[in-house]
Write a protein that binds this ligand. Structure first.
Ligand code: GLY
Length: 386
């Protein structure tokens, strides 16, 4: 693909695209395009045994978009209740889950009913987990309202809540029955939130698709500026990449771990900054991907130019790429290494790293010199101080 491969606007202006997630009798489609909230009833109706749904959402998604969703559902006569939760990571808790389950039971949700997860990653994970355990499993539809949720968390069936001991430690694989990624909802995101989601878009290029990374190098600024066809193409390509990986390895016994490129470093930085507004998940991933390529280059797995090129694109987009982009104090390299060792992907006491033989050529390995990793982190911290 070349930079001239822009997506042509279709005559109806809906930019309708579809990605299929092939998982046998749990297969589903991801619909991508403009105006999908307004068409939600028509798209969801074939899944319903009776004309009612319960929408689980947060105050932010509700404020911006619930009315449009209501319009789409009521247009075909679907009755809906909403459970509206506070925005933010704290909502992904056992206490909230219990509250939501009680509300769903009070609303007399039956085994054949359908829930809708309508929000960002927090809502998708919590509502998906509620769907996984309510009456031993009810179906649900993901309608993600952030870029991060559209390209990552709404696809692939990972659901769950956080524990006092760490993030995402309680959960289940429970695939949605349908995902609706409405490109129009991205218009209400702040630039910071859009770019945090964009880190996960770049991740798909870096882990397996050099041509897509090159397309992003050219078209990323257009996407950031609001171009709907560039956004649709990026979401579609990201979802296709994730769908292919999930179809190969749903339960993360192998290749699915590639989706964690930048995440081992990123999780340590998120933990060090208290999972707060100081550093959003996607920002931590952006910095983490740079560090993963830096380690790869030092191990002579990829060229010395690769980490430079990766960071150049992220920087051009206005994203965080260096530890110096994180405000406030950070712990030292040893403490960051200790936080990395707490990653939930540790198996038999060994950390799995996702490194790269070049842009688009990521692979899993436990064969990493931890002293070298510590040195890369220490140097990055030093650059921050000077
Ligand atoms: N977010 C990584 C995964 O779904 O596997």
């Amino acid at each position: 693909m070349t930079s001239s491969d822009r997506v042509e606007t279709d005559p109806a202006g809906t930019l309708a695209e579809k990605v299929h997630v092939a998982l046998g009798d749990r297969s589903y489609d991801i619909e991508i395009g403009r105006g999908l909230l307004g068409r939600s009833g028509e798209l969801i109706s074939p899944l319903l045994k009776r004309e009612r749904v319960v929408v689980i959402t947060d105050e932010t998604a509700s404020w911006h978009h619930l009315e449009t969703l209501w319009g789409g559902l009521s247009a075909v006569g679907i009755a809906a209740d909403a459970i509206t939760l506070p925005p933010g990571e704290a909502t992904k808790s056992m206490a909230r889950l219990e509250q939501v389950l009680a509300q769903l039971l009070d609303l007399k949700v039956e085994r054949d009913d359908l829930l809708i997860a309508f929000g960002g990653g927090v809502i998708g994970d919590l509502a998906g987990f509620a769907a996984a355990v309510l009456r031993r499993g009810v179906r649900f539809v993901q309608i993600p309202t952030t870029l991060l949720a559209q390209v990552d968390s709404s696809v692939g069936g990972k659901t769950g809540v956080n524990a006092a001991q760490g993030k995402n430690l309680i959960g289940a694989f429970h695939q949605p029955s349908l995902v609706l990624a409405d490109i129009d909802v991205l218009d209400t995101l702040s630039e910071r939130e859009l770019l945090a989601g964009y880190a996960e878009v770049v991740k798909y290029g870096l882990l397996g698709d050099l041509a897509f990374f090159e397309w992003l190098e050219t078209n990323g600024p257009l996407l950031k500026a609001g171009d709907a066809s560039a956004r649709t193409y990026a979401v579609k390509t990201s979802c296709q990449a994730k769908a292919d990986i999930v179809a190969r390895d749903e339960a993360e016994r192998g290749d699915r771990a590639l989706l964690n490129l930048g995440h081992t470093f990123g999780h340590a930085l998120e933990a060090a900054t208290g999972y707060s507004q100081r550093l959003l998940h996607g920002e931590a991933v952006s910095i983490g991907m740079g560090l993963a390529f830096e380690v790869s280059a030092r191990m002579q797995l990829c060229s010395q130019e690769d980490p430079v090129r990766v960071r150049a694109h992220l920087t051009k987009m206005g994203m965080k790429t260096q530890l110096s982009d994180i405000a406030g104090e950070l712990p030292d390299a040893d403490a960051l290494m200790a936080l990395m060792a707490q990653d939930k992907k540790v198996s038999a006491g060994k950390l799995t790293f996702i490194l790269a033989r070049g842009i688009g050529q990521a692979f899993r390995t436990q064969d990493v010199d931890l002293d070298l990793v510590r040195r890369v982190i220490a140097e990055a911290l030093f650059e921050r101080e000077t």
